[in-house]
Design a protein around this ligand. Sequence first.
Ligand code: N01
Length: 498
Amino acid sequence: MASPDLTLDILCVGAGFAGLFELYHLRSLGYSVKVFEAGGDIGGVWWHNCYPGARVDSIVPVYEFSDEKLWKDWSWTEKYPDWKELRRYFQHVDEKLDLRKDILFNRRVVSAKWNAGKDRWLITSQDGYVVSAQFFLLCVGNDSKIYIPDYPGINKFRGSCHHTARWPQGGIDLCGKRVAVIGTGASGVQVVQDVGPRASQLTVFQRTPNIAFPMRQRAIDEETSRKMKQELYSTVYRRRRQTLGGHAYDLYPKYSYDATEEERILFYEDLWNKSGGLQLVAASYLDIRLNQQANDELYYFWRRKVLERVQSPRLQKILAPEVPPHPVGAKRPSLEVSYFDTFNLPHVELVDLTQDPIVEFTENGILTADGHEREFDVIVLATGFDAMSGGITQIDIEGTDGISIADKWAKSVQTYLGMMTANFPNMFFIYGPGAPTALSNGPTCIEVQGEWINACIKDMMDSGVKCIVPLHEAEEQWQQIVSQSDLAVLYEWYKKLL
Ligand code: N01
């Protein structure tokens, strides 16, 4: 076994919200902590996701740290800040908490092995640097491993081709360019509405229509910000820990069909016009994700709104089909400002991949099954991630039984409390699989999990316990709770809200 270049109490991987939270708090407890970050600066997803139009879909101040020393002299300019403002926020956090001195950038962790004799992890980065640490914290987020479909000829294309989460840091000038966007998730929607008006030609390749909700973006002036801090912030930070999704709002404490049809329509109109955003699902009726009929009703409400904005009957059918593509909220809702209007522009084209799949990339563009080769200057791959577990399994982490985390989780992800996994002692993960994660506002989930992990580490350190690992039985019990989150369990939970 290689001898370490550095010996620490704790090594964190990732300098986004989770890694910074852990670094600050664990360092304050007196432990030696470092963060290894694969990217070139702090911010996690907000360092990597600098594609045109990237912005957050949770509102501020919910989407930030709750620590008063950070928020008291930080003012946002928009309800949903863009990636540039989020990066400025992270710089502010760094200045306040003096974090950077303990972060090593451009240092990707590639493997880790538990040394049972010493009760420590031996962790190696891509450049061969080896760290010995008692605790190994994976703060890699749920969307750090990108997914690129295996298109034939993908390397043949001579123009520029980038995944949204690996967008060149210097940006690309897309004015007057022929642009393709593959994928219509949250990232694709944002690229399309941003780039559509300035590209000379934009072709969007859609596999599944996006039931995107209106963002209802708003500017925040200094006076509003001051008042919000004075009157709202502390309440928001207490409240966000009490709700299902870690936001300041929660499901409306009434079942859909306890309301009359008129009441339901007015309720949706109100949500649509006043709040928009994730609230259409997350502040909707209690059973909106459980009752198919109620869910369909919301879909058709949404569809009527979209049809009013899209002129072409052909595009209407592809963007907002008669049959719901999936239940509303089954995929995390995306937010849009002008996404649907963009398709009315004469130089914007929509390809329905269910009818005309991509056959291959060519030197000049993309060939679809109908024999049409479209030429592009830039191809944007908004094709998403190996989400949840991919950021962890891409690191070659070997457990006490010699089996890697990738092999352990190959068939199904097993965790205890969504923060640990059996055979991997003293290894914690935050905002990862088996936890609220995608259903929850990031900073809320990160603070709740981070506090639990920090208390656990402190307890162990204070009492001289060297090692903690979940029992297989405990893991199985947790797995049952997670996978049995069926209607009955959810109804029980929701009933508590009534
Ligand atoms: O990724 P996605 P994303 N051929 O997985 C399509 C957060 N986020 O980067 O739906 C053709 O949602 C795929 O099609 P389908 C947010 O949490 C937040 O957009 O699988 N298409 C889909 O359309 C979000 O949930 C913000 O049929 C293919 C798209 O690619 C998460 O990140 C902004 C394909 C992938 O969508 C991920 O969002 C951005 C193929 N072979 C991201 N494979 C905000 O804060 C995949 N697709 C607003």
